[in-house]
Design a protein around this ligand. Structure first.
Ligand code: MG
Length: 377
């Protein structure tokens, strides 16, 4: 009996859209270092010769958060377009290798391509991305709110607003100065419900000395501190001189970073931001490293629309409950919805992925307007 060979799929068109995603209110990151009102989003549509279309998103959290910016994504895709066209989108590792040869680094520019390829792969085999990643746990993922820095009473007020809508996990931005941060944490911990979890996110704002002073002053608290220093070296130094659990976020970029964190016991939690690490293909390896070393995880996009949230939610829901600490719903901070009624939406403070093939989100192309670039075979 003759068996047909696997059919071929080729990417034959790349359409790149730029969209402004306004925030509902201006956002201050830790220590008032960053303030922005709008996100610069890049939406990528990949078409194939088999008629399957996939979508991916790249939306940096402003251009001063980590080394990534909106125009850089679009420039990176332009550089890689000839390499991407003609590739089979289901051969995800091979495509990653080809993109790396064409443009070393710049993972944030590759992420939307990789994500669109996962979408196509899911559609090609009729499975949601979470299933492609190994299986989908049904329990949903707690959304971590993003509580902007401010006076303790202002921060508590924001937490109470989220609490009303079912949120139980909060990423609380600190990092102003030693006394103020100690005051904030003590105040908020006094008002924390037993079933709530607060992640105190410094976003790199402390020096090593400040981290030591704050974290050692709060050593009796059952709290976790995220990214309490600028670099991986700083985190390693802070780890040696403090005892509170550390979550690594901005300094977790490559698999080599992850291996070092595990080997040197630098952090107990990974915050895997899919776009920062270069897409789902790379994020999956960090997930597996964490699972193998007793490290819990937050899984997030760097920001963006419901599409970005949905992409992250699929990876999150492939993680066993005990290791899955939370995700983020940046969509709740935006005044624009590019895919109304689609994708993951907050249900009592949690996100649940459905069972569509791929990620199941198709942006409203009328809202996206004309592509800023189209590349085709
Ligand atoms: Mg963080």
């Amino acid at each position: 009996m003759c068996c047909p060979g696997p059919f071929e799929v080729k990417i034959d068109r790349i359409s790149v859209y730029q969209v402004d995603l306004p925030l509902t209110e201006p956002y201050w990151l830790s220590g008032g270092r960053l303030r922005f009102d709008v996100l610069d989003a890049t939406l990528v549509r990949l078409d194939t010769d088999e008629g399957i279309t996939g979508w991916g998103e790249g939306t940096p959290w402003g251009h001063t958060y980590v080394p990534a910016h909106g125009p850089g994504i679009r420039a990176g895709i332009e550089t890689m377009a000839d390499t991407i066209l003609g590739c089979d989108p289901r051969q995800l590792d091979m495509l990653e290798h080809k993109m790396d040869l064409c443009l070393p680094g710049h993972g944030y520019a590759k992420a939307p391509i990789d994500l669109a390829c996962w979408d196509i792969t899911g559609q090609a085999v009729g499975l949601p991305i979470a299933d492609l990643l190994g299986g989908r746990y049904d329990s949903g993922t707690w959304i971590a709110s993003s509580i902007s820095s401010g006076d303790p009473s202002y921060m508590l007020e924001r937490i109470l607003q989220y609490r009303e809508t079912g949120y139980r996990v909060h990423s609380v931005k600190i990092g102003a100065n030693v006394e103020k941060d100690i005051e904030r944490v003590r105040f908020l911990e006094e008002h924390r419900l037993d079933e709530e979890r607060y992640l105190y996110d410094v976003n790199r704002a402390w020096t090593r000395r400040e981290a030591m002073l704050v974290m050692n002053s709060l050593a009796e608290q059952h709290i976790t501190v995220e990214q309490p220093g600028e670099s991986l070296e700083d985190l390693a130094a802070i780890r040696r001189q403090t005892s509170l659990p550390i979550s690594i976020d901005e300094s977790l970029v490559s698999l080599q970073d992850g291996v070092r964190v595990v080997r040197d016991c630098i952090a107990e939690v990974f915050n895997i931001k899919i776009n920062r690490v270069g897409g789902l293909t790379r994020a999956r390896r960090l997930r597996d490293l964490a699972l193998d070393h007793g490290i819990q995880m937050y899984i997030m996009a760097t920001g963006g629309s419901v599409l970005a949230d949905t992409e992250a939610a699929h990876l999150a829901q492939s993680i066993p409950d005990a290791f899955r600490l939370g995700t983020w719903a940046c969509q709740d901070m935006l005044s624009r919805d590019i895919a109304p009624g689609q994708g993951v939406r907050s249900r009592e403070g949690k996100l649940y992925v459905d069972k569509p093939p791929g990620h199941g989100v198709v942006p409203d192309e009328e809202q996206l307007g004309t592509p800023v670039a189209v590349y085709s075979l």
